[in-house]
Design a protein around this ligand. Structure first.
Ligand SMILES: [Zn+2]
Length: 279
């Protein structure tokens, strides 16, 4: 089974009124404001999954800065997972600064079958993961509802790119340590956090943490698959593409070229996700 753990879809309304939403939201503008920005709907992703032999995709929302836009866009995620219950898994958006409204939104999404929250963007949404006043109630609610949290992450070094942001390993790590029971997925290899798992205490802290491979061809050589698997184990790596930013095939080709054995590749491609999502 192949599970793409990192994709983004938007409703036809957002596709049609792309410019109006760019005006309304900083996060959307930063990520989808450039000329070649691609937006896909549920219908588009199902067609792409059929073409690339992807069995299941996790459809993520993003870090909308207003609570109202989180709710509006979550409706489409929830509608899509209801429409394709065997193909799509939903992760919804919250604006943690919205306090009780954000907590109620987690409950609403959980009740409609969402499995997590993400892809959050603390750097754009205006909070830090280490702010316990904001994040403790959120983390506690996610644990209570058996939901995961997927955060964007990026490298503190290297080239700049649109949407890179500043959610670097040093800002994610204290949050991970504070909430050991919360299952956390760090996108884009956690901005390099797995490399610090050569430190024994970091390795112990990452027990409930997973790293997705979204957009790897833009960031790393294929060898990253093998190196990170050597450090944290292939059990903690989740194949994700960042569709429609790139077709899933590009990341899967890197995985094939990585030198990892079939057993490890099967885990990364789907078995880990199957276990995590109880598919
Ligand atoms: Zn991201």
């Amino acid at each position: 089974m192949i599970v793409d753990f990192h994709t983004h879809i938007f409703s036809p309304t957002i596709q049609e009124k792309h410019d109006a939403f760019l005006q309304q939201d900083t996060c959307f503008r930063l990520l989808y404001g450039h000329q070649n920005a691609k937006l896909a709907t549920a219908t588009d992703i199902i067609a792409s999954m059929d073409e690339h032999h992807i069995d299941v995709s996790v459809i993520l929302n993003l870090g909308w800065t207003s609570h109202e836009l989180c709710v509006m866009t979550n409706d489409y995620i929830l509608e899509s997972i209801a429409h394709y219950p065997n193909r799509l898994i939903g992760f919804c958006a919250i604006q943690p600064i919205a306090g009780d409204n954000a907590l109620q939104e987690i409950e609403r999404c959980a009740a409609s079958g969402a499995r997590g929250i993400g892809e959050i963007r603390p750097d754009i949404q205006g909070f830090t993961l280490s702010d316990a006043t904001i994040m403790r109630p959120v983390a506690q609610m996610l644990i209570k509802r058996n939901m995961m949290l997927l955060t964007h992450a990026s490298e503190p070094v290297g080239h700049h790119y649109d949407g890179k942001g500043s959610i670097t390993p040093d800002t994610i790590y204290p949050f991970i340590v504070d909430f050991p029971e919360l299952r956390i997925i760090c996108a884009h290899w956690g901005g390099g956090l797995p490399f610090y798992a050569l430190m024994p205490e970091v390795s112990a802290a990452l027990k409930n943490v997973y790293f997705d491979t979204a957009a790897t061809p833009f960031l790393y050589k294929p060898a990253i698959f093998k190196h990170v698997a050597d450090i944290i184990g292939s059990d903690h790596i989740l194949f994700g593409s960042d569709y429609p930013l790139m077709p899933p095939k590009r990341v899967l080709d890197q995985l094939t070229a990585s030198g990892l054995n079939q057993e490890a590749r099967d885990k990364i491609c789907g078995e880990n996700a199957q276990r995590l999502l109880s598919l």
